[in-house]
Ligand binder design. Structure first.
Ligand code: ADP
Ligand code: ZN
Length: 603
C-alpha cells in the first residue's frame, strides 16, 4: 500500500515535469515562422517590414534574421553569412539592429526550465505534505488521503493539570480505567463506550482534558480537528477517516481526539443543499465507529461547542453516546485554574487570586492561562522579580479588552465626550446599591474597540440576579449615553454596545424571566436563540404578532424608564460628574480609591 503510493507520487512528479518542460519550450519553438530564401526576399521587397533584427551566431559567420511585419507577424530566416543579410536589408533600405544571440542549447536554456520545474514540484509536494503526521516515515509524497492526525505518545499532561473540572474528571476516571484494562470490563460483558463528546465553549479545557485522559491512561493520543477532514475533493475526507482509524487500531489502546467535530458531523438533513464531500466523510466516520472493536481499548473523544447541530446518527448508542459538559469555570474554578498556571511563577505578597477571579467572571481557562503569562511578562518588563496583583489586573484588562492603543489619539472633543460617557457609567454604578463596585475608569483606547471603559469587580459571584439588580445593570449601561446628552446636548455613536446590552437584558426580563406584569410568566423564544439556517428555516417564533408587539412595547418601557432614571441620578450629582470627568480628561485613568474619595466628598 505504502509503496504503491510512493510510486504514484513519482508518476505524478514526472508528469508535472514533462508538462512544465513542454509549457516552457513551446513559446521558443513557435515564436517565428521560418520561410524560404525566396519568400524572404519577397517580404523584404514588399515594404511591409516594421522591424528587423539580425542575430549572428557567436562562433560562425551564420545567424538568423527576424523580421516583424507591419501586421505584427514575425518571420525568421536562417542565413549562412550575416554579412549577406545585412547587405540585403540595406539594399531594401530597411533599418535593422544587431542582437547578441540567445545561445541555443547552452547550459542556461536547458537547465533553467528544468530547475524551475523541480522547484515548482518541490513546492507542490511540500504543500501537500503540510500538516501531515510527523516522523521520518517513508511514503510522505502523495498523502492527500492520509490522515493528518498528530500523534503524541507519553503525554505529560494528567488530571492535576486540569483545574476546576472536578465532576468532569470523575466521569473520565472511569474511561481511563477502561483504557488501562479493557479486559476487566469485557470479561464481565460490560460494553465499553466507544465515543464521548466533550461539549463546551472554546478555551474551557476540552483538549486539555482529552490529553489528560491519555496521560493518565498512558496511551498514545491522536489529535486533529474536524476541519482537517474537509477538503475540496470528494472522497479525500473519507479516506483520511479510514486512514486515521487504521492507524489508531494498530496502536490501540489509544485515544482519537477530534476537535470541532461539528465541521464533519453537521446534520445531513439540513436544507442548505447537500455537500457530498462532507456527507461521505461523515458516513465513513459512522461506519468506522461501528466497525472498530472497543475491547482493544480505542476511545474516540469529540469536542464541540454546538452539539445541537450534530447529525443524530452520530449520537446513537455505540457512537458518541456519552456527553461530558465542560462549562465555563465558576469563581472557585477560576481560582484553581490561576493556581495551576502560577505553579512556576513567582508571586509577591500582594497577589490575591480571589479578587482576580471575581473580576473575571465569564473568562475561560485559556483566558486565565493567558493572563498569568501576560502578568509574568509585565513583571519582567518592569524589572521585577515577582508578579504583583497590579500586574495581574493589567493582564486582566489586556486579555479582556485588548492592548492599549497608544497611537490612536482621540481629539480633544472626543476625549471630553468619552470621559463624560465613562464617568456617567461609573457614577451611576456607585450611586446604586445593587451595582458592582467600580475598580477603574479609563479613556485609553484599546485594540478590541473600546474607546474607554469602566472596570467593575463584584464582591461575590452571582448565580441568580434579582429584578432590582437587573434594573441597576440597565441604568448603568444607559448612563454613558445619558451623560453625553445632559452635558453636550447631543449624542454620539459611542453608545451602540451599551444599547445592545441594555436591549438584551430588557428583552430577557420580559420574555424569559417573567419580570413584566403585562406579559406574565410565559417564556417566549428570543430572537437571539441561535437558529441554524436550514433545519429551522420554517420555524417561526410560535406566537402572534400581537404578542410580539406587546413584548416590544414592554422592552421599550423598561429601557425608557431606565434611561430616565440614569439621567435623573446624573442630574442630581452633576458636580461630581464634572469633577470626575475633568480629572479623567487630565489623567486618562482613575483608580478605585481616587474615584471613591472624589465621590465621597461630594455625594
Ligand atoms: P478547548 O479545547 O476547550 O478549546 P483547551 O483545552 O485548548 O480548550 O484550552 C486551552 C488552554 O487553556 C489549555 O492549554 C490550558 O493551558 C488552559 N486551560 C483551559 N482550561 C483549563 C483548566 N480547566 N485548567 C487548567 N488550564 C486550563
Ligand atoms: Zn458606554
Amino acid at each position: 500500500m505504502k509503496q504503491q503510493q510512493t510510486f504514484r507520487g513519482f508518476m505524478f512528479i514526472i508528469l508535472m515535469l514533462i508538462l512544465l518542460m513542454l509549457a516552457l519550450r513551446f513559446p521558443y519553438a513557435r515564436q517565428a515562422q521560418t520561410v524560404t530564401a525566396q519568400e524572404f526576399e519577397q517580404i523584404l521587397g514588399s515594404g511591409n517590414v516594421a522591424e528587423a533584427v539580425i542575430s549572428p551566431n557567436p562562433q560562425t559567420p551564420s545567424g538568423y534574421v527576424t523580421v516583424t511585419l507591419a501586421n505584427g507577424q514575425t518571420v525568421r530566416q536562417n542565413v549562412s553569412d550575416v554579412k549577406d543579410a545585412e547587405q540585403l536589408l540595406k539594399d531594401n533600405s530597411i533599418d535593422y539592429s544587431m542582437e547578441d544571440v540567445p545561445q541555443e542549447n547552452t547550459l542556461l536554456t536547458v537547465v533553467m526550465p528544468f530547475m524551475l520545474s523541480i522547484v515548482v514540484v518541490v513546492v507542490i509536494v511540500t504543500m501537500m505534505n503540510r500538516g501531515a503526521a510527523g516522523g521520518g516515515s517513508n511514503a510522505r509524497m502523495m498523502n492527500f488521503g492520509r490522515s493528518r492526525a498528530k500523534l503524541s505518545r507519553d503525554s505529560k499532561v494528567n488530571f492535576t493539570n486540569v483545574a476546576g473540572l472536578e465532576e468532569e474528571k470523575e466521569e473520565l476516571e472511569e474511561v481511563v480505567d477502561f483504557l488501562k484494562n479493557p479486559q476487566k470490563y469485557t470479561s464481565v460483558g460490560a460494553r465499553i463506550p466507544k465515543g464521548m463528546l466533550l461539549v463546551g465553549p472554546p478555551g474551557t479545557g476540552k483538549t486539555l482534558l482529552a490529553k489528560a485522559v491519555a496521560g493518565e491512561a498512558h496511551v498514545p493520543f491522536y489529535s486533529l480537528s474536524g476541519s482537517d477532514f474537509v477538503e475540496m475533493f470528494v472522497g479525500v475526507g473519507a479516506s483520511r477517516v479510514r486512514d486515521l482509524f487504521k492507524n489508531a487500531t494498530e496502536n490501540a489502546p489509544c485515544i482519537i481526539f477530534i476537535d470541532e467535530i461539528d465541521a464533519i458531523g453537521r446534520s445531513r438533513d439540513s436544507r442548505m443543499g447537500g455537500n457530498d464531500e462532507r456527507e461521505q466523510t461523515l458516513n465513513q466516520l459512522l461506519s468506522e465507529m461501528d466497525g472498530f472493536d472497543s475491547s482493544k481499548g480505542l476511545l474516540v473523544l469529540g469536542a464541540t461547542n454546538r452539539p445541537e447541530i450534530l447529525d443524530p446518527a452520530l449520537l446513537r448508542p455505540g457512537r458518541f453516546d456519552r456527553r461530558v459538559i465542560v462549562d465555563k469555570p465558576d469563581l472557585k474554578g477560576r481560582v484553581n485554574i490561576l493556581k495551576v498556571h502560577s505553579k512556576d511563577v513567582r508571586l509577591d505578597e500582594t497577589v490575591d487570586f480571589e479578587e482576580i477571579a471575581l473580576a473575571t467572571s465569564g473568562a475561560v481557562g485559556a483566558d486565565l492561562a493567558n493572563m498569568m503569562n501576560e502578568a509574568a511578562i509585565n513583571a519582567v518588563k518592569n524589572g521585577r522579580q515577582a508578579v504583583s496583583q497590579k500586574d495581574l489586573f493589567e493582564a486582566v484588562e489586556l486579555v479582556l479588552v485588548g492592548k492599549e492603543k497608544k497611537d490612536r489619539i482621540l481629539s480633544k472633543e472626543e476625549r471630553r465626550i468619552v470621559s463624560y460617557h465613562e464617568v456617567g457609567h461609573a457614577l451611576v454604578t456607585a450611586l446604586q446599591k445593587d451595582a458592582e463596585p467600580v475598580q477603574k475608569i479609563t479613556i485609553v483606547p484599546r485594540t478590541m474597540g473600546a474607546l474607554g471603559y469602566v472596570m467593575q469587580v463584584p464582591e461575590e459571584e452571582k448565580y441568580l440576579n434579582t429584578k432590582k439588580e437587573l434594573e441597576a445593570m440597565l441604568v448603568v449601561s444607559l448612563a454613558g449615553r445619558a451623560a453625553e446628552e445632559l452635558v453636550f446636548d447631543t449624542v454620539t455613536t459611542g453608545a451602540a454596545n451599551d444599547i445592545e446590552q441594555a436591549t438584551r437584558i430588557a428583552r430577557a426580563m420580559v420574555t424569559q424571566y417573567g419580570m413584566s406584569d403585562k406579559v406574565g410568566l410565559i417564556h417566549y423564544g428570543s430572537d437571539d436563540d441561535e437558529v441554524f439556517i436550514g433545519r429551522d428555516l420554517a420555524h417561526t417564533k410560535g406566537y402572534a404578532d400581537q404578542t410580539a408587539a406587546l413584548i416590544d412595547g414592554e422592552v421599550k418601557n423598561i429601557i425608557d424608564e431606565s434611561y430616565a432614571k440614569a439621567k435623573e441620578l446624573l442630574q442630581e450629582h452633576m458636580n461630581v460628574l464634572h469633577r470626575c470627568a475633568q480629572l479623567l480628561i487630565e489623567k486618562e485613568k482613575i483608580g478605585r480609591e481616587e474615584f471613591e474619595s472624589l465621590f465621597g466628598e461630594n455625594a
